[in-house]
Design a protein around this ligand. Structure first.
Ligand SMILES: Cc1cc2nc3c(=O)[nH]c(=O)nc-3n(C[C@H](O)[C@H](O)[C@H](O)COP(=O)(O)O)c2cc1C
Length: 168
């Protein structure tokens, strides 16, 4: 199995998405990186935020082959810290000293862990990842979604977790 990083962001660490993400992470024996605990500020055209936690985290992201993005679906979109993280990837497309590193995203595989209140994730949510990966030259590796309209029911997702992990 290739090297993998799990980036997680939800408004609650141990909610539905946190539980699904922890279940995947435990099978993979990986830590979950909680973007909400990092000091990552919003995208800034003037790049006055270069000393925050984003670039050190990106060093780790750029060192692996598989990047798992874990977020609940909030209004057809990702959670705010996940959006901020994705916005900041633009730094690696804009800043001359980061451009070469940013090109290392090409060929990596992106995966999505999500929870919502449907059996399938909302199209705008999953398409945003498909388009973003495509723009960055990454491959869309797959996703796992849990319908949490009645909370996260771990036993319902054991098979899906196995299938998801097999794609890595
Ligand atoms: C602010 C907010 C917006 C939501 N928007 C959607 C949505 O657009 N589509 C959907 O299927 N579920 C939506 N939900 C339901 C959540 O995706 C679902 O409860 C999810 O499992 C919550 O994960 P969490 O416990 O990690 O926050 C929303 C929930 C909240 C709190």
């Amino acid at each position: 199995m290739s090297s993998t990083i799990i980036l997680f962001a939800s408004s609650r660490r141990n909610g539905n998405t946190g539980q699904l993400t922890d279940a995947v992470a435990s099978e993979l024996e990986l830590d979950v990186i909680d973007l909400g605990e990092k000091d990552i500020s919003a995208f800034d055209y003037e790049h006055r935020n270069r000393s925050d936690d984003f670039e050190p985290l990106m060093e780790k992201v750029l060192s692996v082959e598989n990047i798992i993005f874990a977020s609940p679906i909030y209004w057809y979109s990702v959670s705010p810290p996940m959006k901020t993280f994705i916005d900041r990837i633009s730094d690696y497309l804009d800043l001359p000293d980061l451009l070469e590193k940013g090109r290392k995203l090409r060929g990596k595989k992106g995966y999505v862990i999500c929870t919502c209140i449907s059996d399938s994730p909302d199209e705008p949510f999953i398409n945003a990842f498909r388009e973003t990966f495509s723009y960055l030259g990454m491959d869309f590796g797959g996703f796992i979604n849990a319908n949490c309209s009645n909370g996260y029911k771990a036993q319902l997702y054991e098979n899906d977790i196995r299938t998801f992990i097999e794609q890595l």
